[in-house]
Write a new protein. Structure first.
Length: 496
């Protein structure tokens, strides 16, 4: 087995779907309470609230474990070559054969990475196993090996049916080998999407060439994920087809909301998201001009969400005496964002991508942060032009949505239907009103709308604004602006 996902092995990460703030401080979280979103006078957190956490991890079994072990070994050999003898030898354990690990009827998996030669030893002698795609176990007519020129190492198999098509190629940048296959994989599946996309990410920024401010377009945050999502939506609008993208982000990136670093990140996210909304709105205007009487909105196609929770004083007792201003405020409001730390993309309930990579340049560049991701799918349960498959990934998403919403609804089964979109948005809006209300109550549903909204005035292209109800456009209980602000002293490479 191998484990891939976003959970850090550190303090405060354990949580459940009730996301307690105060009530577990003397039991489950007695020595494991953590808060990185507000200024607390001491650690571990004693008076509360703790920072609630939403994260995702996955367990991999079968042939793909060999590739994950290979990725670990390559990183180890780069960082600790003198300790190479400490690595487990799969061959001695007779676990190096994909054929022996293969289970008929199981899910397919493929691991992707963002990493370069400075921190990774790319073993060119290692056999690159693609048997997890059943290339060697399927009929030869179903697969074609694509030979590529001028590459140090190429791994590419292309299905003749067009259902599955993956490319794994090492590039060279400044004389160093670079694996940026996470970015390639995500773009590939966005382009294949037929009905909907669901994303969870700690950050969301990219495609700086689309940003409204011309001076910001030179920023090296040019991953294509936001642009590809926008183009996919615009193409569906032009074709008159239903398609919806749901994106779950933290209310603000971890850190004090008003700090310069957090505000800088929020500025880049606003630039990204606003540019997407503007292009989608323009596509909608063009469509409605062609189809008189058709009423469609940006929210029919693209929505951003966050998570939050509250606890009533009657159901939990605050421990200790608050030692900071933030603690005193939170002891009264008894609310807190649920921090979204997961990194996942589900496409058409056909494919699930789970790993450590966020949607920002640091994670997807290949030469910045080192990341890993595994993609899962079942070749017998693929989406068609008319429907999405109802199998394990479908059930997995329904479980997530029911956990966020606090209940299960049949409309969740058809995520590209307007009924589902409207229900999700109504749940989020109702929870938002509870979250901002003066009276603190127990929240069993945690889905919130994003703290920003896209507003369009007559004759204008629209802009991103703080959501109505927020005092001076700030996050609740903070002095941090929802829209962020550029801090020019900090190098953009650190916050994009």
């Amino acid at each position: 087995k191998a484990f891939i996902g976003g959970i850090d092995l550190t303090e405060g990460r354990w949580d459940n779907n009730t996301h307690p703030l105060f009530r577990t401080l003397r039991c489950e979280h007695k020595t494991d309470a953590y808060n990185g979103c507000f200024l607390f006078g001491r650690r571990p957190v004693i008076a509360g609230p703790r920072e609630p956490w939403h994260d995702i991890h996955s367990c991999v079994t079968g042939p793909e474990v060999i590739n994950i072990v290979q990725a670990f070994s390559e990183r180890w050999m780069s960082q600790a070559p003198k300790l190479s003898g400490e690595l487990i030898n799969l061959r001695n354990l007779k676990l190096d054969s994909p054929e022996l690990l293969w289970k008929e009827g199981g899910y397919c998996a493929q691991t992707s990475r963002s990493i370069d030669g400075r921190v990774n030893y790319f073993d060119r002698s290692a056999r690159q196993n693609e048997t997890n795609l059943r290339a060697s176990l399927m009929a030869s007519s179903a697969w074609q090996i694509k030979n590529e020129q001028n590459t140090e190492l190429s791994r590419r198999f292309e299905s003749t049916s067009g259902d599955i098509n993956f490319t794994r190629v090492l590039d060279y940048k400044k004389g160093r080998p670079v694996d940026s296959s996470i970015h390639t994989t995500m773009i590939h599946h966005i382009r294949r999407a037929k009905h909907f996309i669901y994303i969870e990410s700690q950050y969301f920024m990219g495609s700086s060439f689309m940003w409204s401010n011309s001076s910001d377009r030179k920023v090296k945050c040019n991953n294509l994920v936001p642009a590809e999502i926008t183009l996919k939506i615009c193409s569906k609008i032009a074709a008159g087809e239903k398609f919806t993208v749901y994106i779950l982000l933290p209310m603000w990136p971890e850190g004090v909301a008003g700090s310069k670093q957090v505000q800088d990140i929020l500025y880049w996210q606003r630039s990204t998201i606003e540019s997407m909304f503007k292009k989608i709105h323009a596509a909608l205007v063009h469509r409605m001009q062609q189809c008189n009487g058709e009423s469609i909105e940006v929210s029919d196609y693209l929505n951003f969400y966050s998570l939050g929770t509250r606890e009533a004083p009657s159901t939990s007792i605050r421990l200790g005496i608050p030692s900071s201003k933030d603690e005193r405020i939170l002891a009264i409001t008894r609310r807190h964002p649920v921090y979204v730390h997961s990194k996942m993309m589900i496409v058409d309930d056909e494919v699930a991508c789970i790993g450590s990579a966020n949607i920002n340049q640091r994670s997807l560049d290949g030469c910045r942060d080192s990341e890993i991701m595994t993609t899962y799918w079942h070749e017998d349960y693929l989406a068609t032009d008319e429907s999405i498959p109802h199998h394990d990934i479908h059930g997995y998403r329904l479980h997530i949505w029911a956990s966020l919403a606090g209940f299960m609804d049949n409309s969740f089964r058809k995520p590209n239907d307007r009924e589902c979109v409207k229900l999700m948005n109504s749940i989020a809006q109702r929870n938002w009103e509870i979250y901002l209300a003066e009276e603190s109550v127990d929240m069993t549903s945690h889905l919130l709308p994003s703290p920003f909204e896209f507003m369009v005035e007559a004759g204008k292209e629209g802009e991103l604004r703080p959501r109505r109800g927020l005092y001076k456009g700030r996050f609740p209980d903070t002095h941090g602006s929802v829209l962020g602000a550029r801090w020019k002293i900090l190098p953009e490479i650190l916050t994009t």
